[in-house]
Design a protein around this ligand. Sequence first.
Ligand code: NAD
Length: 293
Amino acid sequence: MARIGFVGLGNMGGPMARNLVKAGHAVAVFDTVPDLVARCAAAGAAPVGSAADAARDADLVFTMLPAGQHVRDAWLGGGRMAAASRPDAVLVDCSTIDVAAAREVAAASGRAFLDAPVSGGVMGAEGATLTFMVGGPQPAFAQAEPILKQMGRAAIHCGEAGAGQAAKACNNMILAATMIVTCEAFVLAEKLGLSHQALFDVASKSSGQSWSLTTYCPVPGPVPGSPANRDYAPGFSAALMAKDLGLAAQAAAETGAATPMGAKALELYQAFLEAGGGGTDFSGIIRMLRGAA
Ligand code: NAD
């Protein structure tokens, strides 16, 4: 049993913290929204009055917060989590934030700090099937790995500080671009009188194959579990995809990498958000593409 602090108990952090309780750990929890703390307390976690209190005395301390400024503030600013933590504690931020902020917080924390963003969404958080992409010192990763695997299926050490966020930004840029072009192929097929099923049957066994097609097909029918079959209820929302593409674009600007497809994907998702699609699944962008002839 480990002593764990967990701060940020929203859609992702709440179920993650509850899975740690289920695994038998002593988990001190904090969120600025009292109802979310109460839900975790009802599941057996110990509610505390501040982020610093959650960090105090813990072997491992987790954050799962919206964006870079929240992470900076929680660890280094008003939240004072880094200063309150034990010098030998392992600190783990699971939020999706920019690489530069992840490196800055890790360096300033004065502790063994891991950036460990996830893929798998809310279902993965609830079912403990997340994948963690981890940056930071190897010994800290070795300490955290067994605990991460109680919240997920896999934890991959990607390199030094920021490498987890880098892997997440690169992966989601691939995902966004392949989803958009998969949607475009279905729209073109519709115009050509080619059925969804026929395109799926061919492309899923040909060089057009991808996760966006075979696991997350953006039209109803061929993959019964995909969000297209439930009116594009997320899943992974278009708003979160736009956020992740923004982080990839920021990283590209900071490093001078050429990512024209990633930039175009960001532009298209921003247009989808402006058209009111932010709350729908990211595969729902096919509706906008159908309309934008
Ligand atoms: P969320 O908004 O549901 O949860 C964030 C929580 O942080 C909220 O409950 C909020 O009250 C709390 N919070 C904010 N500032 C705080 C502070 N200073 N102290 C304590 N609590 C504070 O967001 P989420 O969907 O759980 O996402 C969390 C992170 O995970 C984001 O970075 C997101 O990009 C990433 N992510 C989300 C998904 C998804 O499907 N939801 C998938 C992968 C990654």
